[in-house]
Design a protein around this ligand. Structure first.
Ligand code: ATP
Length: 243
């Protein structure tokens, strides 16, 4: 599904990514974990063709990804749904939420009954479809997150990429969202600093530290026997938290 080779991306004074190789097979969930500043969001930006690497290559579904005009990346937008960091506030406050959820269908020129699909996908994420004509401020923060999730899923992407979707949620909401996400039948790539989220995905985990991939493998194996100091630190952070 995804193949990253030798990815390097620097900003003034920092190497956000420092030679990352990562292959993600089709159908296998991936949690991309690392502490703040490890390079997770930078990796997503390269993966989505929002920025070019200084060196290395990005391939998705066996096609090279290069930043470019929207038209040249339409295939990638079709394949990958994205929930950005701080998803709830990314909804246009002036628009009824149903219009926001329908927007990717319009932009990607998806055929079919858009209003029906909006209702269907809102219901799938646990939001009342009859509320589609309300604006975002009529919803709670958790509901807005779900609406942003519905927007990312509306066009039925093969892969859903979400950056810290669960980090603002309390434990109960996080558990519900995780159940929802894993029940979608869509491959997931979740960025998180929480190894407990990674464990709940039952897929692979990739650990970034200082722009390098320091660990990658099935989450059960990594948690049972973490090799990298960065993984052990993240694991200790989970264990310190009250359950
Ligand atoms: N546009 C930018 N300009 C300058 N520096 C940047 C830029 N984007 C990221 N960086 C730097 O690159 C490094 C990696 O940042 P990145 O946002 O990828 O980390 P992250 O793992 O997603 O962190 P967080 O969990 O805090 O979101 C950090 O040192 C950050 O300050």
């Amino acid at each position: 599904m995804i193949e990253l080779r030798g990815l390097v991306r620097g900003y003034p004074g920092v190497r956000a990514l420092d030679g990352v190789d990562l292959a993600v097979p089709t159908g296998r969930h991936l949690a991309l974990v690392g502490s703040s500043g490890a390079g997770k969001t930078t990796l997503l930006r390269l993966l989505l063709g929002l920025e070019a690497p200084d060196a290395g290559t990005v391939r998705v579904l066996d096609r090279p990804v290069h930043p470019g005009p929207a038209r040249s990346l339409r295939w990638l937008r079709q394949a990958v749904g994205v929930v950005a960091q701080d998803a709830g506030s990314s909804l246009d406050p002036r628009w009824p939420v149903g219009r926001s959820v329908a927007e990717p269908l319009r932009l990607l020129q998806v055929t079919g009954d858009h209003p029906a699909r909006v209702r269907e996908v809102l219901a799938a994420v646990g939001v009342d479809p009859d509320a589609a004509d309300r604006r975002p401020d009529a919803f709670s923060g958790g509901q807005r997150q779900r609406i942003a999730l519905a927007r990312a899923l509306a066009h039925r992407p093969q892969l859903l990429v979400a950056d810290e979707l669960l980090s603002g949620a309390d434990a109960v909401l996080r558990a519900r969202l995780l159940e929802l996400l894993t029940g979608l039948g869509t491959q997931l790539l979740l960025v998180t600093h929480d190894l407990a989220v990674a464990a709940a995905l039952h897929g692979d985990v990739a650990v970034l530290a200082h722009g390098r991939l320091v660990e990658h493998g099935p989450v059960a194996d990594v948690l049972a026997d973490p090799a990298a100091p960065a993984t052990r630190e993240l694991l200790a952070a989970v264990l310190r938290l009250p359950s």
